[in-house]
Design a protein around this ligand. Structure first.
Ligand SMILES: Cc1cc2nc3c(=O)[nH]c(=O)nc-3n(C[C@H](O)[C@H](O)[C@H](O)COP(=O)(O)OP(=O)(O)OC[C@H]3O[C@@H](n4cnc5c(N)ncnc54)[C@H](O)[C@@H]3O)c2cc1C
Length: 349
């Protein structure tokens, strides 16, 4: 495998500029003085999602180009690092009509937020973006080799996984179709929009009491559905003033994802506006585990405060590496990972 590396260029190359700035300690002011910023930005016309580098050889490859990956990509572009983002185009919130609790974008459509982010990132000419899926990663720090479903092979010194998680839907007809629309997982993301409305929680575990207490903050029209015999002392929940329904749900009646009512196997039904459900998760991409990255008890990739996994040179950010799911947190983790990858690259030369 050939060693990936930055192309050495003339005297005003990014590397030379960075060395100059490092020696002279000029920081941001130095960057502004030493760099013709206009030359760094692509125009709308040449901004592209196509891969443009023939050699497939990068300093950084980011696998997953949604909120965490794009955020890291921005840090990479602004660090003048030759970077490729490879994205499968299936963010976990793609079915939800509006994203909330992300400052400056509260209530915007998820794909619009992602499109804005992508536009920001692709202004930087050292960053490329391809639509594909990474199937295999091998190698070690400084020399990783990635293979995609379309048969391309790419080389990178550092890699960041930002591949998110898959929500596993139970076999209740109508639930997957309503996911993110009226079947919701997080009160901070969607609770305000259904405040005081007829709301259910679909859950059946000893931990449910805490979740019930939490959702009571948003609505007192709350019912807990266990979809079969309860696995916890029901009195703990009824004592909070919340009814517990143990009937088996046969399907969810909805109109384009907006719930009308739950149907039960005994033929009865229950009218609702919203249903909280915490789906089981699995990693979208098996490569980190195959590479030996440590997995936590909750199924996330273990990272330290710098988003470094247990495998040198391999980073992880966003939902795949954190039980706290939010666009703001995913982007913050991408920023940290980007800064740390750049830090490691600076110190590698
Ligand atoms: C239904 C729903 C609604 C939500 N609503 C909100 C909300 O209102 N506000 C909020 O703050 N948060 C919300 N969230 C949480 C938020 O969407 C996530 O925290 C955020 O999307 C995580 O970003 P990410 O970049 O880690 O992963 P994702 O956004 O899930 O993106 C992962 C990307 O990696 C790609 N990928 C996966 N495997 C590969 C591979 N092998 N090769 C290449 N690419 C790959 C995927 O195709 C995808 O594009 C919601 C989540 C859900 C499920």
């Amino acid at each position: 495998m050939s060693k990936p590396g930055r192309h050495r260029q003339a005297d005003n190359s990014p590397t030379c500029r960075r060395t100059f700035l490092k020696r002279n300690g000029l920081g941001l002011i130095g960057v502004l003085l030493a760099t013709d910023l206009s030359a760094l930005h692509q125009t709308e016309e040449n901004m592209t999602t196509e891969h443009t580098n023939e050699d497939h050889n990068y300093e950084v490859i980011i696998i997953g180009g949604s909120y965490a990956g794009l955020s890291a990509g921005l840090a990479m572009g602004r660090s003048i690092r030759k970077t490729l983002i490879i994205d499968g185009g299936k963010p976990c919130n793609r079915q939800t009509p509006h994203t909330h609790n992300f400052i400056t974008h509260d209530g915007d459509r998820p794909h619009a937020v992602a499109a804005d982010a992508k536009r920001d990132v692709l202004k930087y000419p050292t960053v490329s973006f391809v639509n594909s899926l990474v199937t295999k990663v091998k190698g070690s720090d400084g020399a990783f080799e990635l293979t995609t479903t379309d048969g391309n092979v790419y080389l990178a010194q550092k890699i960041l996984f930002a591949t998110g998680v898959k929500d596993i839907m139970p076999a209740i007809p109508g639930l997957a179709e309503s996911w993110g629309i009226s079947v919701i997982h997080c009160p901070y993301c969607h609770g305000y929009e259904v405040r005081s409305k007829r709301t259910g929680i679909l859950a059946n575990s000893p931990a449910v009491k805490e979740f019930v207490k939490m959702i009571l903050n948003w609505t007192d029209q709350l019912t807990l559905f266990t979809n079969g015999p309860a696995d916890f002392p029901v009195e703990e929940v009824t004592a909070l003033g919340v009814d517990v329904v143990t009937k088996v749900i046969s399907d969810i009646d909805h109109a384009e994802g907006y719930i009308n009512h739950l149907n039960f196997s005994d033929g009865s039904k229950f009218e609702l506006d919203a249903l909280y459900y915490r789906a089981a998760l699995e990693q979208h991409c098996k490569a980190p585990e195959e590479m030996g990255c440590v997995i936590t008890d909750t199924g996330h990739i273990e990272v330290n405060q710098f988003q470094q996994t247990s495998v040198p040179g391999v980073y992880a950010a966003g939902d795949m590496a954190s039980p706290f799911r939010a666009v703001s947190l995913a982007t913050a983790q991408g920023t940290v990972a980007g800064a740390m990858m750049n830090h490691e690259l600076i110190n590698a030369h």
